[in-house]
Design a protein around this ligand. Sequence first.
Ligand SMILES: Nc1nc2c(ncn2[C@@H]2O[C@H](COP(=O)(O)OP(=O)(O)OP(=O)(O)O)[C@@H](O)[C@H]2O)c(=O)[nH]1
Ligand SMILES: [Mg+2]
Length: 633
Amino acid sequence: MKRSTLLIGILASTSYSDAFQNAHSTRAANSFDAALGKRSREDSRLFVLSSPPQSETTNHHDEGDSDIKPPLDPLFQMDDVKDNDLYHVEDTADDDQKEPTQFAELVMEEDGEEEEPEDDFSFYYRDEDDMLTEREDRLYVDENGFRRKVERCFLVGVEALAEQRRAKWADQYYDPLNGAAGAPTFSLEESLIEMRDLIKTAGMEVTGEITQRLQDVNPRTYIGTGKVKEAQEMMEELGCTTIVFDAELSPGQQKSLENIFNRNLLNNDFLVQEREIKVIDRTALILDIFAQHARTREGKLQVDLALHEYRKPRLTKMWTHLERQSGAGGVGLRGPGESQLEIDKRLVRDRIIVLKKKIDDIQKQRSIHRRGRKRTGLPILSIVGYTNAGKSSLLNYLTRAGVMAESMLFATLDPTTRKVKLPGYRTHPEVLLTDTVGFIQKLPTNLVAAFRATLEEVQEADVLVHVIDVSNPSWEKQERAVNAVLADIGIEDKPIVRVLNKIDLLDPEDAEYLRYEAAFSDNTVAVSALYGDGLQDFVACVEDAMSDLLVPIEMEIPYDKGDDLNMIHEQGNVETIDYREKGTYVLARVPTALANRLEKYSLAGSEEPVTKEGEEEIDWVAIGRGRHSVENK
Ligand SMILES: Nc1nc2c(ncn2[C@@H]2O[C@H](COP(=O)(O)OP(=O)(O)OP(=O)(O)O)[C@@H](O)[C@H]2O)c(=O)[nH]1
Ligand SMILES: [Mg+2]
């Protein structure tokens, strides 16, 4: 008989909510069924997942989880598997290129995912090529598989001199040590570089640009009317029908610009070839990118809500040409036009209410998960940072989880939480790491509102990991922009680990300088998340930040409460341990939540704890002489 090898990782029965356990169990059962099905195939080869150390599995075990088996020897024969047992089995027989999945993936959770299992990417690893192909398909191939023509656009930027002066003024008073100032103002060139990236990410290409220096922007058309004309001529020459403004245009500005650009069309001048010109602002562009990138149900709903909020005040636009057609708004046309508009407005309003309600429901769910995560007692690290800074790459490197990381803006919209074992980490071998949506300067206001809930995830974090792309010339401003958002949602006082990322892209001297600076600061590290340089320092730095959150405890844990002792080992930093008559004596530093929960074992009256040596000596001597038990009776 031909024997196949089956590699098994134990389904981690974590202390998440029951819902999660069930979801995981079901998934594991399905994979296992699939694996058993393959058993008959001669070539079936199955790989093992590394299983967690014994201590963890036992202590994570909840009573209700009797169907999940304790760890087995990683390698064992097929025949040892009993059909009713639940194991998670990873089958990589089809693709030898794939790396064996690490344990961290097994216990991942994707928020709000239960209803849409097809969004769950936890069990396959996408390499960079996969991601690039996906992006290519999404942007440039239509539903019939034909290559689409890339949309061309014309970019407009304005240097508002008065605003620049105000920014310079604010800069003079910016104190980098406490970062108290508000968001920085990016220069025109910096802003345009970013805008070009956004346009590329949205799947368009820039064919021409125009900039204008103005004291203050024109309230009606944003740029001067002369410039509008100039832009119009250039666009005609270039054959380009989309104009993108590097600004948040008001509905009124957008409408009047559209009217100017499409004047011929509106006048029904049929001698002019009909080409409708689209006017797009920064908000619309970012919304478009968000719409392309949203993956989870919540993400999609939030983008949908933001889109509707954006469209609501701009609805009038589609009916304006009717008014014009009818001259001074003639009898008969004005009425229906207006009532249609009313209907449209009502539809949008209703839709907004429905969307808000749906998002609310999901957020309730989310807060249940959040509580579940708190219950695990594991420290939560949130990765924040400017868009494209390398947040997902950092999470990927630490988990090899295949969260979409791409060279484009806003690749990540949905917060993803992974349980990660930090290498060489002694205080908390395990942490929960959350990847979040990137920040950007001048984030459109209604988008901030839509994603506020997502950012609230960040509020539960114990430590923030701020990833900064130092290869970007404006990284300092980007860092300040992020700090301003953090201050805005009221979480700037959490411990922060600054990660200066992408040092591999710098000149060796510059990289050396940053490493040198980082070495002198206790919360900054210089790393390359792509190649893994400096991640040991990162772990050490996180450890430092985390140990500030621990409180000292001195306790005697009864011997039948092994689970509690395990918790202390797992989440805390144990200094002394001693096996005594009534229980295990521990002197340790643990998270406040755990200290409170185990309060009952605290050694009473030990305000002034006995010194470690003295304590130990007395104990050992007492036990040695056999008097210990007598004294206690
Ligand atoms: N050379 C180099 N490239 C990096 C490094 N870290 C990330 N990148 C690249 O930077 C790009 C963006 O990385 P992501 O991890 O997607 O950035 P992000 O912060 O998650 O971005 P958003 O989710 O869009 O906000 C990708 O192309 C990465 O390959 C690094 O250390 N060195
Ligand atoms: Mg990302």
